[in-house]
Design a protein around this ligand. Sequence first.
Ligand SMILES: [Zn+2]
Length: 196
Amino acid sequence: MHLIAAAVTTLALLPPAPLPAPPEVSRALGKPHDGRLAGGVPFPEQGPAFYTWDWGLKRSPNRVWRRYGTAKTVATTLTVLEEFRAAHPEAPRVGVADLSRPHGGPFGRRFGGLGHASHQNGLDVDIAYPRRDRREKPPIRPDQVDRRLAQDLVDRFVRAGARHVFVGLNVRLKGPRKVVVRLPNHDDHLHVRFRP
Ligand SMILES: [Zn+2]
């Protein structure tokens, strides 16, 4: 009897337990061309496998507000780049350029460089092709692209489940139709779009 009474008294004195905060889950909202990003996470500034590149300022590293994605976009990209590094220890580090803004939304010309019509909901990542001269900056001309390494990057993103890998018209990169798609303005980088 005394034990039960003590237990009841103790319980009554305890402050109500605070409700745990719901975990912030990354969500890609809307479409890549008209969307937002909830619970986005920043892509790291640099690592052994990659540097980041700022299209607006034309320098490395990229500003942090230009490199937010869903947790899955960031994790999958990191895994691909680490595996690429392990397979090609002699290769230069890979350049990761823009993802999305911290809460997604428009990422057009007013943010610098050519801007992006897409990159609005945390699913898009720009990756500079590796250069034959191994410099850590995007190539300017297609003949500066190390096509063997660039093709391997394309293949790895396809295998990682990308919905699309957009590549340039003049870099002669290939892959499954409907996934690897040739577009203007992609002779210096490939653009990976993940599935929501
Ligand atoms: Zn892009």
